[in-house]
Design a protein around this ligand. Structure first.
Ligand code: ACM
Length: 630
């Protein structure tokens, strides 16, 4: 429409001239926005107008406003408080929207219901955080800033993955995970449904996948550092989703404009499947059980050179494997309307394939020169099966090993290298590099967090651009955060690891790269902590914790350095075991830790008040992280 183009030009000039009023606090930052001077006050009776095609959205809006304001909400076309309209606009695309708040009320316009829905997500962010609650707010004199917004996403794929194999999460938990994604305009839920520690989707023609594969011995404690269960130990821990459950979740996501991508992770990561059907491995006589988190693999050299002490790979030379996978996909494909099925393909140890006479015979028969080509053979067979069900295949970047063909798409997790290579070969790519988007990695001071693998600060996550230089941007479908759950047994803990880093990924997903601004973002994040509180979401305040690094000088002394991840922090510390406050020593520059000190405690302050966690860092940890001799 001419009108939007005019507004776009006007707003662009406004922004370029630096006149744009900052401070709407929206995450992800809109494409273009301007804040007006006035305020609109929600009336005593709220009326909503929407086209009949958007009835479901209008109902959602009405229910949330009734619940949190206690006001009467009705549907009326005359002088509506909130007016949703479908328009034809060639600027905002399939998911964008136009939003105006003025003296007349709130107007949301879009080409599609998805756009209206995202407009509503933004409206909620303009309201008091109590809109996210479940009860009537004490103060319901709600006001919104006048504003004008033209918004649309940078990427069509704005994903978040949840691993439900390492720990099983109930349907109710999965819905909470989806609800949390919705607020920040995510639109792809990648469901990691199978792994060594549990098979979580009912396959009616293969009942042992869930009667055996979904259950393991219960273990608490540190992942890969726990005792291997005896074979006869009861397998009581786990669970799975029936096909009815899956349909319910897919419909729940769809109503929130989220597509669900199922992952069936093969040929590696298949211990749960092999516990059910050991004959599908090259070591069929091994007494398999579902892995309980005990160590069974040397992961060194993940690019095809990991070695499995217990073989967790399917046998690529066994036709029965493909028959079984065909049965699996026959039942999986109709449950998920989305165009892609994810076949995993990651971290497949080849050491047991190498030893197998049958695999060697396969190599001879098919002219495969090495194990990478064997992997490629398996992937091609898998692709044929998935395509035969009317779906396209996606896999982790290891599906590139030995060559990839057809319309397969690649999810790049070992950095962006695989994504770049895939795009160069013409494949579509979703970026989810571990260096930036693995939100299972601990997010602050290691001794104060649940440690898994390695650390990843939100600032690093925020700095990611999913389109590397020289890559055809049209092949980058988008960006994704991955939540692996080795050490996460509850949805509360999943939330803690996800938020606020999920906000950083949301902004990378949606906002033009040139509009991203770390300092502005961190201010917004602090406002969104109120959203998490109101929505009862557990979240991390690790961004307030000092980044503590050490170095050894040539005398062997330990030098300690602190940095802030966000602005305006002061760090007070003690080295005498006492609790720090803002009369303790303040960190100003790197200092030598005296030889007999055993513990450093650090408390961040802002504006004279403690903020973030009290850090208690043992000297061994400081020594272990010491980088280099000066
Ligand atoms: C992965 O993290 N193994 C995909």
């Amino acid at each position: 429409m001419k009108w939007t183009k005019f507004l776009l030009t006007a707003l662009s000039i406004f922004c370029i001239n630096g006149l744009m009023a900052q401070g709407l606090g929206i995450i992800p930052e809109p494409y273009l926005s301007t804040k007006g001077n006035g305020l609109y006050t929600l009336p005593k009776t709220i009326s909503i107008s929407a086209p009949s095609s958007a009835n479901a959205i209008a109902e959602t809006v009405a229910n949330q406003l009734k619940l949190t304001t206690g006001k009467t909400v009705n549907f009326s076309k005359s002088e509506p408080t909130i007016e949703f309209s479908i328009i034809k606009d060639d600027v905002i695309g399939d998911e964008g929207y136009l939003l105006n708040v003025n003296d007349k009320g709130i107007q949301v316009k879009a080409n599609t219901n998805a756009g209206l829905f995202y407009g509503w997500q933004t409206v909620q962010q303009l309201l008091p955080a109590a809109i996210y609650g479940k009860t009537v707010s004490k103060n319901t004199n709600w006001q919104l800033s006048h504003c004008s917004i033209i918004d649309k996403p940078r990427f069509g794929w704005r994903g978040m993955m949840l691993d439900v194999s390492r720990h099983f999460f109930s349907k109710a938990d999965v819905k909470v995970f989806i609800d949390d994604m919705v607020r920040y305009k995510y639109n792809r839920f990648h469901w990691h449904l199978t792994d060594d520690q549990g098979w979580r989707i009912e396959i009616k023609s293969l009942p042992r996948l869930t009667s055996v594969g979904a259950w393991r011995a219960e273990r608490k404690g540190k992942w890969m550092n726990i005792a291997t269960p005896a074979m006869d130990e009861p397998k009581t821990y786990g669970g799975f989703y029936t096909q009815e459950d899956i349909r319910e979740i897919v419909a729940y996501a769809k109503a929130r404009f989220i597509e669900v991508i199922p992952e069936i992770d093969v040929p590696g990561h298949s211990m749960a499947m092999l516990a059910a059907y050991p004959n599908l491995s090259t070591t069929p006589h091994y007494p398999y059980q579902v892995n309980a988190g005990d160590e069974f693999m040397d992961w060194e050299g993940l690019n095809g050179h990991a070695t499995a002490r217990i073989d967790n790979s399917l046998d690529p030379s066994n036709e029965e494997v493909y028959t079984v996978l065909d049965k699996v996909m026959t039942e999986v494909a109709p449950l998920f309307p989305f165009e892609y099925i994810h076949m995993g393909g990651d971290e497949n140890a080849k050491n047991n394939w190498e030893k197998s006479a049958n695999v060697q015979a396969l190599m001879k028969r098919e002219g495969l020169k090495d194990q990478m080509e064997v992997q490629s053979y398996f992937v091609r067979r898998m692709q044929k099966i998935i395509n035969s069900k009317g779906k396209k295949m996606m896999g982790w970047n290891e599906i590139l090993q030995g060559g990839l063909s057809g319309d397969a798409a690649v999810m790049s997790w070992q950095g962006v290298k695989g994504g770049i290579e895939a795009a160069k070969q013409g494949h579509k790519v979703v970026m989810s590099p571990n260096d930036y988007n693995y939100i299972d990695y601990y997010q602050g001071e290691v001794t104060a967090e649940g440690k898994v693998y390695r650390g990843l600060r939100m600032k690093t996550t925020y700095g990611f651009d999913p389109v590397p230089a020289g890559v055809d941007a049209t092949l980058i479908l988008g960006n994704q955060a991955n939540q692996w759950t080795e050490q996460l047994q509850t949805m509360r803990n999943v939330q803690y690891m996800t938020w606020p880093r999920g906000l950083a990924v949301a902004e990378t997903n949606w906002t033009p790269n040139e509009k991203k601004d770390w300092n502005n973002f961190t201010k917004k994040v602090e406002k969104h902590f109120e959203v998490f509180e109101a929505a009862n979401v557990k979240y991390a305040k690790s961004m307030y914790d000092a980044i503590v690094t050490t170095e050894l000088n040539t005398k062997g002394e330990l030098i300690l350095k602190m940095e802030g991840e966000v602005d305006n922090l002061r760090f007070y510390y003690t080295i005498d075991d006492q609790m720090p406050d803002n009369y303790s020593d303040e960190y100003t520059k790197p200092f030598v830790i005296p030889a007999d000190v055993t513990l450093v405690r650090i408390q961040s302050y802002r504006d004279g008040k403690p903020i973030g966690k009290l850090l208690n860092i043992p000297i061994e940890s400081l020594r272990n992280r010491a980088k280099k001799v000066l």
